[in-house]
Design a binder for this molecule. Structure first.
Ligand SMILES: O=C(O)CCC(=O)C(=O)O
Ligand SMILES: [Fe+2]
Length: 354
């Protein structure tokens, strides 16, 4: 694997900042700034008016047409929605934010006990570096497989704070239920068999957890916390920082800021590239990025639901007809190439278009 000319493969941003006296290291800089293509660099972006949907309503067997229509509209225009009444208490969400912050506040030596391996994704640290040209993201992260339970690699699961493992387990169990509910509602909203998405996701989907930590940056306009991307998932569940903004999303070629705090302890549910394929392009995978600021650190807790890697992912039969021909080829093991494409600024889903 090639190394970026300035940064050793597993050096974290935090370590880089220590070495560099807090100055922005070269490898993170977008020449000309990341707003390169935007016309108005100085005006703040508009706030996103993301649709808000009540998940308890969507999960009811007798759900009416109106909520399903709202869901379909949200996912085919925005590619995301804010889920309220999802069954996770606000105190539990607060606990997840708290333990994330406690972990990232540990001394670097302690976090490095869970450091990722040179060629590995899982664990604490930076993202993999695939080439000398790669512009690095202004973030360190903790990346863990949390489902299926027998695929967990506990050596990467922090023992500090002491409740971390138990809380993460509990969060995973709760999320798996939410994801199931959303996938079934997605199918109903399209008038296809309720199990159309869950069948392709499989009985043992992988749930990856990514705890993102974005330290303040003295030159926020020159770096990105996370580069522009859509997720390689079926769907993603995002728990945002309660106080610090930083997520931006694109809709119809316009970028928007995602406001915080989120409405009524909602979780942001995002369509990933694999659900775009399954829906034959009706649902749009959300293009988004994270920006930083010069004053405050920011944390997000992201849950990525990915189909079993041996299941064939393809447009649902009932969504293909003469008016809407099949838009994507079938695929498997999506993540095999996803991360490399991400780092090159390419979208895997685009390579599967017919
Ligand atoms: O930090 C955020 O708000 C976005 C995180 C994200 O997009 C990701 O981890 O894929
Ligand atoms: Fe993302």
């Amino acid at each position: 694997m090639a190394q970026n000319s300035q940064i050793p493969q597993t050096q974290t941003l935090q370590q880089q900042l220590l070495i560099n006296g807090g100055h922005t290291p070269e490898s993170y800089i977008y020449k000309g700034g990341y707003h390169g293509g935007d016309s108005n660099n100085n005006t703040p972006l508009p706030l996103a008016q993301i649709p808000v949907l009540d998940l308890s309503q969507l999960s009811s067997a007798s759900v009416g047409e109106a909520p399903l229509n709202h869901l379909r509209l949200a996912l085919s225009t925005w590619g995301c929605f804010q889920a309220t009444n999802h069954g996770i208490s606000s105190s539990f969400l607060e606990k997840m934010r708290k333990i994330s912050e406690q972990f990232f506040s540990l001394p670097i030596e302690e976090k490095m006990r869970y450091g990722r391996e040179v060629d590995g994704m899982e664990g604490y640290g930076n993202d993999l570096i695939f080439s000398n040209q790669q512009i690095l993201d202004w973030s360190d992260r903790l990346y863990l497989v949390t489902n299926p339970k027998d695929e967990r690699r506990l050596e990467f699961w922090p023992l500090n704070p002491p409740s971390f493992r138990e809380d993460l387990h509990e969060y995973t169990v709760k999320l798996m239920k939410i994801i199931d509910t959303v996938l079934i509602a997605m199918a109903r909203s399209l008038n296809v068999e309720p199990n159309s998405f869950t069948d392709q996701v499989g009985k043992r989907p992988t749930l990856f957890k990514r705890f993102n930590f974005y330290p303040p940056c003295s030159t926020p306009h020159l770096v990105l916390g996370l580069k522009e991307h859509s997720d390689g998932t079926a769907i993603t569940v995002l728990l945002l920082d309660k106080q610090v903004e930083g997520l931006e999303l694109r809709k119809d070629d316009q970028w928007y800021r995602v406001p915080v705090p989120a409405v009524a302890d909602s979780l942001l549910i995002i369509i990933g590239e694999q659900a775009e394929i399954m829906s034959n392009g009706i649902f749009k995978s959300l293009i988004h990025r994270a920006v930083t600021n010069s004053e405050r650190q920011r944390i997000s807790v992201v849950s990525f639901c990915c189909p079993e890697k041996d299941i064939e992912i393809k447009p649902i039969e009932g969504l293909i007809d003469e008016k809407r021909p099949r838009l994507f080829r079938s695929t498997k093991n999506y993540l095999q190439t996803y991360f490399q494409n991400y780092q090159k600024g390419e979208r895997s889903v685009d390579g599967l278009r017919i």
